[in-house]
Design a protein. Sequence first.
Length: 174
Amino acid sequence: MLSEKLKNAINEQINAELWSAYLYLSMSMDAEAKGYKGVANWFFVQWQEEQDHARIFMNYLNSRDEKVELKPIKEVPVAWNSVLEMFQETLKHEKVVTSLINNLAAIAAEDRDFASSNMLIWFIDEQIEEEENARDMIFAAESVEGDKYGMYQLDKELAARTYTQASPLATSAE
Ligand code: FEO
């Protein structure tokens, strides 16, 4: 059984992951509307990954016989000034998510809930990757600032990003 505090925090995290998914879907649609199909694809994959994150937490609560409580998803911005700004906002947001995950890990440690601590290790590692990816994209977008052909090339490159299901889901019984 999870502590009330940890169960509530995981339910909040499910909402945060779904909000992240919605944010990136909005970025994808904004990029699509502006003709950046590759950037749109990059954020569309991000949208899929965030849904995986929510699903992992939902599966975890279910497996611990705790109830998933879905809360309303707050609205997200619908437009950004540039592709660079989208990636800057991505990094800013992922840093917030990292602090939320760290907070979950702190509660699990406080509770001496070793199963939860173990589950959270995947997310701690994932956040390193999430922040690194965003930083790489900021560097790429800064490198082509004001260079239309460079942006065209970068957009083509980002069209190649493909979605891979998160490993905890691939090995889950569902
Ligand atoms: Fe679910 Fe982008 O962290």
